[in-house]
Design a protein around this ligand. Structure first.
Ligand SMILES: *[C@@H]1O[C@H](CO)[C@@H](O)[C@H](O)[C@H]1NC(C)=O
Ligand SMILES: *[C@@H]1O[C@H](CO)[C@@H](O)[C@H](O)[C@H]1NC(C)=O
Ligand SMILES: *[C@@H]1O[C@H](CO)[C@@H](O)[C@H](O)[C@H]1NC(C)=O
Ligand SMILES: *[C@@H]1O[C@H](CO)[C@@H](O)[C@H](O)[C@H]1NC(C)=O
Length: 242
């Protein structure tokens, strides 16, 4: 289609007609998704379509695989349209492809790129794991809280707090897009801990961290915004003399 338009445009230009106005503007339509809920073989997602350059009212239609229209919405403002849908796992990845089309009453229309839901929802490895360790001195005793999150990866994602010997101290499966908040009660012996994120496709781990922090470890490496200096836990009492 785009090729054809280009071809027409080229012909018009060559013939020195002065009607290129509509063809010159090729409004872009964006498609994006967010996972709302994860079921064993399905996910509830919201797909948003936006064509900021198409003058409202804009009729947005969501197209599924093989040219089927899934839903349609008219948006009278310049806002995006949202479609909440259930995507169920299909054995054929090509059956899980979505695209949006935006149309205005004045004939401007534009289609988005294709969103390949199968690959997005079922085959994306976990990537860019971030783990923040924070020391807290609560009434119940000193603890370290670890906040872990990956920047992308197909759900569900399980986060674990793992020791150097491979033991799993605690596990959490937060809602998609939320960080996991793992907690570890400090003892008077040191432990090496890492956060691990795992989905059906891959595993990623943060570097090991020693808790309580070793006496030779830099304090800056630790965040303790509310609880004051970290060195209180560094070998306990004898380090207060430091
Ligand atoms: C989506 O699927 C889930 C589980 O299969 C179901 O509970 C829910 O009602 C469905 N939602 C819609 C909008 O179809
Ligand atoms: C970790 O800390 C950084 C810097 O404060 C912050 O940008 C990031 O969102 C935090 N990540 C997690 C998973 O808490
Ligand atoms: C972890 O804490 C953050 C910030 O308080 C919160 O948004 C998130 O929902 C929490 N995660 C879980 C699994 O409770
Ligand atoms: C840790 O504390 C326990 C008692 O709370 C004590 O028996 C043990 O010797 C201590 N271990 C170290 C390495 O200080």
């Amino acid at each position: 289609m785009r090729l054809l338009l280009l071809f027409c445009w080229a012909m018009l230009a060559a013939g020195s007609f002065s009607v290129g106005q509509e063809l010159e503007v090729t409004p872009e339509t964006f498609i994006a998704y967010k996972i709302l809920e994860v079921f064993p073989r399905g996910r509830r997602v919201v797909i948003t379509c936006h064509s900021p350059q198409v003058p409202p009212p804009v009729t947005y239609s969501l197209w599924g695989s093989q040219g089927t229209e899934v839903a349609k919405k008219v948006v009278k403002t310049g806002d995006p349209a949202s479609f909440s849908i259930n995507v169920t796992l299909k054995s054929r990845p090509d059956l899980l492809t979505y695209s949006c089309q935006a149309a205005s009453p004045w004939g401007v229309h534009s289609a988005s790129t294709k969103l390949q839901m199968y690959w997005e929802l079922w085959t994306k490895p976990v990537s860019q794991l971030q783990a923040n360790f924070t020391l807290l001195d609560k009434a119940s005793g000193p603890r370290v809280e670890i906040s872990c999150q990956v920047s992308s990866g197909s759900p569900p994602i399980t986060y674990s707090l793992v020791g150097k010997d491979g033991s799993v101290h605690t596990q959490q499966r937060p809602n998609y897009g939320q960080p996991a908040n793992l907690s570890f009660t400090l003892t008077n012996t040191s432990n090496w801990l890492q956060c691990q994120a795992e989905n059906d496709i891959s595993v990623q781990s943060s570097p090991f961290k020693m808790v309580p922090p070793g006496c030779d470890q830099k304090r800056q490496a630790w965040q303790s915004p509310l609880e004051g200096p970290v060195f209180v836990y560094c070998g306990r009492t004898h380090h207060l003399k430091e």
